[in-house]
Write a protein that binds this ligand. Structure first.
Ligand SMILES: Nc1ncnc2c1ncn2[C@@H]1O[C@H](COP(=O)(O)OP(=O)(O)OP(=O)(O)O)[C@@H](O)[C@H]1O
Ligand SMILES: C=C(C)CCOP(=O)(O)O
Length: 340
């Protein structure tokens, strides 16, 4: 009996060293202005680049034949999916370094439902908020499934995990309970966990919206990855909204011990005391680029380099491979790192 109980307890040991935690930003993998619309090209490219970054082979990372893992039948498919069971059985190992965690944002899934009903502000006694909570979860979990499928089609052994369903909750929007044992165990078993920004219960507000950016910071604290990558729809952090033609890309930001940060590159902005000007879309319930920068600064203070760059570019591939340094003049993106 005691043995059975011991087996039933989750293993709480930290996993093998995690190489990278990556955020697939909602602005990149969805068409943000169009309700529940996936940016198929960006999603496909992000998944292919992830596979490439995980590949253990020396070449360009592309296996001759990818072991597709989405075996479900999609609408319009005439017959059952062809699964070459003999070929698969003959493959000794995947040849992928799967020590990655993927977190995605909501983009045009979830934010609209949440902002329309006010889920982010709480108050589950309101029927509108309750309905909005359900609608938000339907929307983000359906996006999660599409992302897991896209990764699986690239042969990445991914498993979807919803923070709400894993019992994660907040207290006044700050993470209060976030058991990661299922994530640890999945990594141990060779799976790539795929989490997402979610609607969660809040001890004071009843409910709120937990951003993928906050999830990434929490996981970075728990898993100490080698580096963290945020892929989005712009090249990185600019000194003002990139819609302004005078916006300058901040190439390197240094974070000190107490969380203060300063611009290192470009040199012309060194000593800039005005800070960064940010605009956030009206329906965005989680703070947009501002939240990303704040969470990235916390991660950098841990001594973990953070790369923010545009999805579907040569720069995103280099970031996913960890092939970026402060000397990389030809890399387009923002590096946020510790000053130590
Ligand atoms: N100073 C700034 N620097 C960079 N981007 C900015 C700035 N101000 C506003 N933005 C906007 O921030 C957006 C990216 O942040 P956002 O949070 O939407 O990204 P995401 O993580 O990809 O999306 P989601 O939160 O849906 O997952 C860009 O579309 C950009 O226009
Ligand atoms: C709107 C919901 C449900 C999640 C938001 O997550 P984010 O897009 O990562 O900020």
């Amino acid at each position: 009996m005691a043995e059975e109980m011991a087996q039933a307890q989750p293993r709480l040991t930290a996993p093998r060293s995690v190489r990278c935690i990556v955020k697939l930003g909602g602005a990149a993998i969805t068409n943000k202005g169009e309700l529940e619309s996936i940016n198929e090209e960006n999603l496909r490219s992000a998944c292919a680049q992830l596979r490439h970054a995980m590949s253990e082979s020396d070449g360009d990372g592309a296996m001759e034949k990818v072991l597709g893992m989405d075996w479900s039948r999609k609408p319009g498919d005439p017959v059952d999916p062809a699964v070459d069971a003999e070929w698969i059985a003959g493959i000794a190992r995947l040849g992928l370094d799967t020590n990655f965690v993927v977190v995605h944002g909501a983009g045009s899934f979830g934010h609209f439902q949440a902002s329309r009903s006010g889920v982010h502000k709480g108050g589950l006694h309101s029927t509108l908020v309750k309905a909005g909570f359900v609608a938000t979860r339907i929307s983000v979990t359906s996006l999660n499934q599409e992302i897991v499928r896209a990764l699986a089609r690239e042969g990445i052994p991914s498993v979807g995990m919803s923070p709400f369903a894993c019992g994660w909750s907040t207290q006044q929007r700050k993470l209060a309970s976030a058991n990661a044992s299922q994530i640890f165990q999945s990594l141990h078993a060779g799976f790539v966990p795929v989490l997402h920004g979610d609607a969660v219960l809040d001890e004071l507000l009843d409910c709120t919206i937990l951003s993928g950016d906050v999830i990434i910071r929490h996981l970075a604290q728990l898993l100490s990855p080698k580096y963290v990558v945020f892929l989005t729809d712009v090249h990185g952090v600019y000194d003002r909204p990139p819609t302004d033609s005078n916006a300058v890309l901040l190439r390197e930001i240094e974070v000190d011990d107490i969380g203060g940060w300063s611009i290192v590159k470009p040199a012309l902005l060194q000593g800039n005391t005005k800070g960064v000007e940010i605009s956030v879309a009206a329906h965005d319930t989680t703070g947009g680029m501002e939240t990303k920068i704040l969470e990235a600064a916390v991660i950098a203070r841990l001594g973990i380099d953070v790369y923010i760059t545009k999805a579907g570019t040569e720069h995103s591939l280099r970031a996913l491979k960890g092939d970026v340094s402060t000397d990389s003049e030809d890399w387009l993106g923002t590096i946020i790192r510790s000053s130590k």
